[in-house]
Ligand binder design. Structure first.
Ligand SMILES: Nc1ncnc2c1ncn2[C@@H]1O[C@H](COP(=O)(O)OP(=O)(O)OP(=O)(O)O)[C@@H](O)[C@H]1O
Ligand SMILES: [Mg+2]
Length: 370
């Protein structure tokens, strides 16, 4: 059984990015309390990890080969949007290797010395999980390059001209880095990972399996149709799926007859204003404003944001990514436009295009990025 330890320098669990999602039910990120609830639902072995077939296959090879050779595997980088299972996979890696896991995160390491302390406490075969690795301070990053490549840390003794570096050999260990922003990782750091797993959004069928599995762990019977309904509204993200499942369970307990059926799923998600494709109140407000106030656009981001009473940054970082991903909104050099799918989703009829004065509405999901 793998053990997990968190030292004094750990700050695991701080929310990723700068999203001011608040308590938004479809937020991809999670706060400390939710992360604690999530721990109970984490699959412990690779075989229990649903979906991400490619990453799972590749990782399974890396791990099996390392186990067969009796050596710690190459360093592993896991990249992808929040809530898709990076932390879960990191724990699975340590579990499969039956090794001890140390947990820290980029923001928790303020100084190179913090990292040196963590590194020098590692033992042979340990897994060092560095969450949000793109947020490591530069001096710590440089220390990490050497540690990952040469299994050595240079401890600086003294100050100023009299300072000297004493090399300290480290045991062989494996870094598992997680990042939501792999583009921000400097190339030398990225190059030191022998394997990078790119996590992608889950299909509704995969989410259905995640939800049914979670219901089992929560000790509730979830009907298949209800699982399907929740999966369809979870924006491709297991974290959101598990969160919606908990809200459906609440509804069934308080307002229903205890059964988690289709009726309970639909009613609960109506209460929380999550629509059939996973849009929440803000998403729908943006879409409705775009269609009804601006005839489908194009309209500038700040004007659109003002219309829905939000900051431009909130609309851009919180609502827009999913609307664009779903092909409901397009970004053009002249502003945001609604696609035909957006009009259809709102149950509205798009205005007929006037030659030369297009409504901006397009049937293409993604347009030019400005
Ligand atoms: N493939 C999966 N199968 C089953 N459950 C999953 C899977 N992936 C994620 N989960 C569940 O989703 C929740 C969130 O996963 P996790 O914390 O690993 O995401 P993350 O990618 O680390 O997110 P963040 O970027 O915010 O740290 C957990 O409760 C986990 O159990
Ligand atoms: Mg995580």
């Amino acid at each position: 059984m793998a053990e997990v330890s968190t030292g004094s320098t750990t700050g695991h669990g701080s929310t990723t990015g700068t999203e001011s999602t608040g308590s938004r039910i479809v937020a991809p990120s999670a706060d400390e309390i939710e992360r604690a609830a999530e721990a109970a639902l984490r699959p412990k072995r690779l075989d229990d990890f649903v979906g991400q077939r490619v990453v799972r296959d590749q990782l399974s090879l890396v791990l099996q080969a390392a186990i067969a050779r009796g050596n710690p595997p190459d360093h592993v980088l896991l990249s992808g949007p929040p809530g898709l299972g990076k932390t879960t996979l990191a724990m699975i890696i340590s579990g499969e290797l039956e090794s001890h896991m140390r947990l820290t995160s980029g923001p928790a390491i303020q100084h190179a010395g913090d990292l040196a302390a963590v590194l020098s406490s590692l033992e042979e075969g340990d897994v060092l999980f560095i969450d949000e690795i793109h947020r490591l301070a530069r001096p710590a990053e440089e220390l990490l390059y050497v540690a990952m490549e040469d299994f050595r840390v240079d401890v600086v003794v003294g100050k100023g001209a009299g300072a000297s570096a004493i090399p300290l050999a480290l045991p062989r260990f494996t870094v598992v880095g997680a990042t939501t922003r792999s583009g921000l990782l400097p190339a030398p750091l990225r190059d030191r990972f022998g394997f990078t797993g790119h996590m992608d959004y889950y299909s509704p069928e995969e989410l259905e399996r995640v939800i049914l599995r979670s219901a089992g762990l929560l000790g509730v019977h979830l009907e298949h149709t209800a699982a399907q309904e929740i999966a369809g509204r979870s924006r491709g993200t297991p974290r959101i799926a598990n969160r919606l499942l908990r809200r459906v369970r609440d509804w069934a307990q308080v307002r229903g007859d205890g059964r988690l059926d289709l009726h309970a799923a639909k009613s609960a998600l109506e209460v929380y204003e999550v629509d059939p494709i996973g849009l929440d109140r803000l998403d729908r407000a943006v879409l409705t404003a775009l269609c009804t106030r601006f005839g489908g656009g194009p309209v500038g981001l700040s004007t659109l944001a003002m219309t829905v009473g939000e900051e431009a940054e909130t609309v851009e970082t919180v609502a827009e990514p999913y609307l664009v991903r779903e092909g409901l909104v397009g970004r053009t050099p002249r502003g945001r436009v609604a696609t035909l799918a957006a009009w259809e989703h709102l149950g509205l009829t798009p205005p007929a295009p006037t030659p030369g004065y297009g409504t901006g509405t397009t049937n293409q999901g993604t347009l030019l990025d400005p």
